[in-house]
Design a binder for this molecule. Structure first.
Ligand code: PMP
Ligand code: PLP
Length: 481
């Protein structure tokens, strides 16, 4: 086995919660291991007979390789079929009768195998006992991970602006988040080191943090992407202070072509799969020699959010705990969704064609990003709005010089933010308020941002939306347009 020369992961008993340590797993599910015995007649598990599933066949029209657009799929797409008893009839290794019944918390063996191979191809974790297990998307994975790694009263670390859902998941568990200062490459390792090195339990009212939640690529909301060097520095600080890392990376494959500026020639797409993979910033998982990262991947941004399928990758100890929790909670993702993804990813495309799809997505997002960059260049007043072109993800982060607002300082940052927000809506556009993404709204903030996405609207609407934003900001700051 190719992992054999790699070291084993460290153990995390000292960081996991009491709940996770004492959970024994689902005894009914564990009986499934005997089903492999030839000739065994199961009067055991309360699985309904597939006879009573009112579904005989599933047909899906999907793109053929290299013809990925909606219109091409309509014309040249092919229909793939899942039958009810394909397994018994030796037509396939996955079918309706199996997928639509109860399964294990890890998800089906069929799709899990594909996911594990994909993870090895892309991240190849540098320790031997890594495992994958399916999640119901990263929203659920984070919820479960926080229950596994924290207790009420803990403070966890994250970027100072972060995914609002993460904070909202943590707060009712009695957790607080401390924000780490950031630049366009995400959180600053020295700042994190300083927070940890000078931690004062009494003043902070919490034990020293042992958990970092980070979104390393195309961060939500800032669009920041940690460079490879930045990731290595962050990892080193986590080793120094024995932090466990929750790597939430749904935008990994929304890494785009380099931004070349308005009206300059495009950069050619990656010419091979290996060039494509090399162009991606290495994940924290891929540099994780200690097994201190739980990486959360998701199909939401690259196939479909409604699939509700993602996966976590971590050491065997941690994945086993996660799986035991899943067995008594979410169970695996819906079998219906698993069958659909498996048919597409394994039986129809395979790993190589999936990389072609990911390159397609990369080029599509690059085009959208370039549209919003050009619109910003054209319509936004640079005296008060500034930005860095995002390298990944779906978010564009716009900095507003609130000190130039006519009512500053008699009005607070928050009031000015609110007024701009309402004014933008009056002008017929919607952007998100930066303050909605504070890791901790009790900490001091002296920046004002808005988040705009280029993921959803068609090109001409993106341009018009940014024009309206520019108009609203000019009106708000009393600038000539
Ligand atoms: N509650 C009871 C009493 C059950 O018997 C079962 C199924 N064995 C469940 C809950 C699980 O239901 P579901 O498949 O909807 O999670
Ligand atoms: N994590 C981050 C940082 C996100 O931005 C999002 C989507 O908005 C999610 C997780 C949700 O992912 P999923 O659909 O896999 O639950």
């Amino acid at each position: 086995h190719s992992h054999d020369h790699k070291p084993k992961a460290k153990r995390w008993d000292h960081h996991v919660s009491h709940e996770a340590l004492i959970r024994k797993g689902n005894s009914l599910k564990q009986a499934a291991k005997y089903l492999g015995k030839p000739g065994l007649i199961s009067l055991g598990g309360g699985l309904p007979s597939s006879e009573y599933f009112p579904f005989a066949e599933l047909n899906l029209k999907v793109p053929t390789v290299g013809h990925f657009s909606e219109s091409e799929t309509k014309e040249s797409g092919i229909t793939i079929t899942a039958g009810k008893h394909d397994l018994a009839q030796d037509k396939s290794i996955f079918d309706i009768a199996t997928a639509f019944n109860y399964g294990q918390g890890s998800g089906s063996a069929q799709l899990l195998r594909w996911i594990t191979e994909h993870t090895e191809l892309v991240h190849n974790p540098p320790y031997s006992d890594w495992r994958c297990t399916m999640s119901i998307g990263s929203t659920s994975a984070l919820d479960m991970a926080l229950r596994m790694f924290t207790r009420p009263g803990d403070l966890i670390l994250s970027e100072e602006y972060t995914f609002a859902t993460a904070v909202e998941t943590a707060a009712p568990m009695g957790l607080r988040v401390t924000g780490i200062s950031m630049d366009e490459q995400g959180l600053l390792p020295d700042s994190m080191d300083h927070i940890l090195a000078t931690w004062d339990v009494k003043a902070r009212g919490a034990r020293k943090p042992h958990l970092l939640y980070t979104v390393p690529t195309g961060q939500n909301p800032t669009g920041a992407t940690q460079s490879a060097d930045r990731r290595r520095e962050i990892y080193r600080v986590c080793q120094k202070h024995d932090l466990y890392i929750l790597e939430d990376d749904p935008y990994y494959f929304l890494q785009m072509q380099p931004y070349t500026g308005p009206n300059s020639p495009d950069i050619l797409p990656p010419s091979s799969h290996s060039e494509f993979l090399k162009s991606l910033v290495p994940s924290l998982l891929s540099i994780d020699v200690d097994g201190r990262v739980m990486r959360m991947d998701s199909f939401s941004k690259v196939l479909s959010p409604g699939s509700r399928i993602g996966w976590v990758t971590a050491s065997e100890q941690i994945v086993h705990m996660y799986q035991m929790h899943a067995d008594v909670s979410t169970q695996g993702p819906a079998g219906m969704a698993q069958l659909i993804l498996w048919k597409l990813l394994d039986e129809h495309w395979g790993h190589v064609a999936y990389l072609d799809w990911l390159i397609h997505i990369r080029m599509e997002y690059t085009r959208r990003r370039d549209v919003i960059m050009q619109a910003c260049e054209k319509y936004l007043p640079k005296e008060v709005v500034s930005w860095k072109p995002p390298m990944a993800g779906m978010f564009h982060w716009l900095r507003i010089e609130f000190r130039q607002h006519p009512d500053y300082p008699s009005k607070s940052i928050e009031t000015i933010e609110e007024e701009i927000f309402m004014r933008v809506i009056e002008h017929g556009a919607l952007v998100m308020r930066g303050s909605w993404f504070y890791a901790n709204n009790e900490e001091e903030h002296d920046t004002l941002f808005f988040r705009a996405t280029y993921a959803a609207a068609p090109a001409e609407k993106i341009e018009e939306g940014i024009r309206r934003l520019g108009e609203a900001v000019r009106a708000e700051f009393g600038l000539k347009g």
